[in-house]
Design a protein around this ligand. Structure first.
Ligand code: SF4
Ligand code: SF4
Length: 367
């Protein structure tokens, strides 16, 4: 028995198996996405295979809107909602440490609580570190931010929470890799999967996009997702560049508006604002039929948290020479640290699992 076969089916997995068997007999949607060609390679569906197929699905909803067996048909085929439920179950099963997988079931509440509590705690910490008057006094010149929160403390809190997020997601990815029976990849599948991930090629469907709101195909989700993802990466590059400036060259923030870290952060923040606002707008307007309602709370909360991080980052840039800088810095830092802590137990892990599913798909296509 293979490792994938040794994992037993849950209720969501059994439902996905039932629907995949119908699809495998029908195959009408073969050209829609990578899921159906991958499905066609199989006659039977072990639990690990279904988890892999669920992570290969990017929820474009195309198969739902074109399916003659979708509800209200008695077969009740609803691949996007079923796979979304199965993906969430997989995130919880493979979470690290194992006990924290239960947080996925309350993702909306957890993310909302963290988004409220983390900035409040950061604000209280900043007030405890200095005379509160320092917090409301305009700080200018080199090292202004570190008169509110010392550099070493910023590194410990942000670096520590980010390191934890990377460790937890890495461990989760390793558990997923083993449970779905994946093999060590060669360089060609890795390059192919990296291209797919960076370009979000699959979100383009066969060139026609997704059924974002109803049965019309659009590219909105792809471009908005790209704006959010690109913006996030630019913000990450801004932080890394700022750290290099500080530690290698001794150039302390705040930097000029036209400096590299500020420009990366500014355009990154704009991209994240556009992406998250647009994705929230699509989520509100979309047809609820192919959506898993239990997961919506966590998705809304995470998009809202990302929006707040971008908004407070841009506001911080705008008011950094005023007396409001101290409070805004504490709020922004709190949101960022809260985001890192909750990241391994939220929708954000979909990037990791989806990346691994694309890698396995590239391996299977070559085999
Ligand atoms: S989703 Fe419906 S139309 Fe598409 S392959 Fe499955 S059963 Fe056929
Ligand atoms: S929702 Fe889109 S990506 Fe997912 S299986 Fe259906 S067609 Fe493929």
């Amino acid at each position: 028995m293979s490792e994938t076969e040794s994992v037993s089916h849950s209720d969501a997995s059994l439902e996905a198996k039932r629907q995949m068997e119908i699809c495998n007999a029908c195959r009408y949607c073969e050209g829609y996405c990578a899921v159906f060609p991958a499905m066609a390679l199989r006659r039977d569906f072990a639990a690990g295979d279904l988890t892999h197929l669920a992570n290969l699905c990017h929820g474009c909803k195309g198969c739902y809107h074109s399916c003659q067996y979708a509800p209200p048909h008695a077969f009740g085929v609803n691949i996007p909602a079923t796979f979304a439920t199965l993906r969430a179950e997989g995130y919880a099963t493979h979470a690290w440490p194992a006990g924290l997988g239960a947080l996925f079931a309350r993702s909306g509440t957890i993310v909302t609580l963290v988004a409220v509590l983390a900035p409040v705690l950061a604000l209280l910490l900043a007030m405890a570190l200095h005379d509160p008057a320092t917090l409301y006094t305009a700080q200018t010149g080199t090292g202004a931010f570190f008169r509110i929160v010392p550099y070493w403390l910023m590194m410990v809190l942000a670096g520590g929470s980010f390191g934890y997020a990377l460790l937890a997601m890495g461990m989760g990815a390793a558990r997923y890799w083993r449970a779905t029976g994946q093999r060590a990849p060669g360089p060609a599948p890795v390059a192919e999967a990296a291209f797919d991930i960076l370009t979000l090629r699959n979100l383009g469907g066969g060139g026609h996009g997704c059924n974002d709101i109803d049965d019309r195909f659009t590219m909105h989700k792809r471009w908005l997702h790209q704006a959010m993802f690109g913006g996030f990466m630019l913000c990450f590059a801004a932080t890394t560049t700022g750290a290099i400036y500080h530690n290698v060259f001794g150039w302390k923030s705040p930097h000029e508006f036209l400096s590299v870290p500020v420009q990366l952060g500014f355009w990154g923040g704009i991209g994240m604002l556009i992406g998250t606002s647009g994705l929230l707008w699509l989520k509100v307007r979309t047809d609820p039929g192919p959506v898993a309602p239990a997961l919506l709370g966590g998705e809304y909360a995470m998009l809202a948290l990302l929006w707040l991080i971008a908004a407070t980052g841009l506001l911080l840039l705008g008011i950094r020479h005023t007396g409001a800088m101290g409070v805004m810095l504490a709020l922004h830092l709190g949101l960022v640290i809260g985001f890192f802590l909750v990241m391994p137990y939220s929708k954000m892990v979909h990037g990791v699992y989806r990346g691994l599913a694309l890698l396995r798909n590239a391996q299977e296509r070559r085999a």
